[in-house]
Write a protein that binds this ligand. Sequence first.
Ligand code: ADP
Ligand code: MG
Length: 473
Amino acid sequence: MNNSFTNKNLENLNTASFDWSEIQNQMKNKIGAEVYESWLKKINFEEEFNNYILLTVPTRFIRDWITSRYLDQILQIIKSYKKEIIRIEFKIVNLEISKGEKDEEITKKFDNKKNVSFIKDSYLQYNRIDPNKRFDNFLTSSSNKLAYEASTKVSENISHYNPLYIYGGVGLGKTHLLNAIGLELKKNNKVMLISAERFMYQFVKSIKSNDMVKFKEYFRNSDILLIDDIQFMNGKEAMQEEFFHTFNALLDKGSQIIISADRAPNKLSRIQERIKSRFSGGLVVDIQKPDYELRKNIVEQKTEELNKLYSDQISISKEIQDYISKEVNTSIRELVGAINRVVSFSRIYNKVPNLAETKVILKDLLNISENKVTIDLIQTLVCRFFKISKNEMLSSRRSRYLVRPRQTAIYLTKILTSKSLPEIGREFSNRDHTTIIHSVKTIEKLKEKDPEMVNNINKLKNQILYNNRDNEI
Ligand code: ADP
Ligand code: MG
């Protein structure tokens, strides 16, 4: 610091015009007081040049930290004062000589980097563990029991199953379980929870900024590595290489690895064979679609939770709860979303929606697979179900054995696609839209008093929605 002092004054006479304390205030306001106190305060202004400024920081570590996280924001603030500044340079000053006392503080902080909360709060912002996704609010049934049990075992006894690989469709609770494991193990271990996407992003960023060493260090330092949605890690040889090494290094030192994916290890595409085979080397468990029991329990739990949260809550009738449990059967995420919507509705309108209103509120959730559900598919499956031909269904004949299937197909099209009434009419041999309305109403009425009708509709709905899903994987 000292030896540059004279140069500074000679080279740049404008230094005084640059009000660093003003910039500091701005950093505090815009980037946050906490970050400022921990990091940004340590930056000192050194010198201003034509189009860049030179700042000082006490250690290399702090410099890397700041540049990887806050550089853009800092530059923006500086530019708002001097737009000709296009770059920031850092110089590391030797603390031991200039500021002995503070150095201790910094060393302490530096050591702390091994501590999870430190990583979490600062540099690796993506290491977020959601405190609301715990074991105690994870409900089980036969569809997810195995995954749940494996997860609790791993949390009690590291390296029992290593790696633990959990897979299942969207919204079935994989991230919830990973979080729950993370929360448990975080108490005594260094935990790293990251999505594969984030891992890739960070990897590429580290290469660009020449920070690979730090990147590796962070991952290899963890006792527990949880990687969510591994299916998103694909391609990129170099990255898979790094991942594989990290993976092996961690297993070698006895760290626990937990992976989630939307499919079984051998079904992963664009991931090296040897990685897949290592994934299969521990315990592989899957989560199935929630059965009715589980859906019902989740609806109850969630409704109760929301009731506690909002004191002004109007309780949602059993009928509506039941409807949601029955109809929203694709994923738990959709289920939770459905309840949230009904609750929002009742809070906004100060009344619990009736069944018809509920249907409207949840329309698009019930149509979840809509883009894959075509009228043609519905017609084909309904015809097959009632053993009639498509020509018969689309004909104008009004024999009873044709009318019901036709109405059923129309009804299913109405609830499973977002086609308008005239559009549906066109697809059913140019029938008038009033005919379409009539068909929908007829089936709705029948459903109310005829359990067999309900049953048939549900079966067909499952076929239509799930057939697609199965073909997709
Ligand atoms: P995934 O990662 O498999 O796509 P999530 O773990 O994000 O699914 O789950 C979606 C939502 O459903 C989350 O709000 C989660 O808390 C909730 N959820 C999933 N499974 C359960 C369960 N068994 N009990 C309670 N809530 C669950
Ligand atoms: Mg997830």
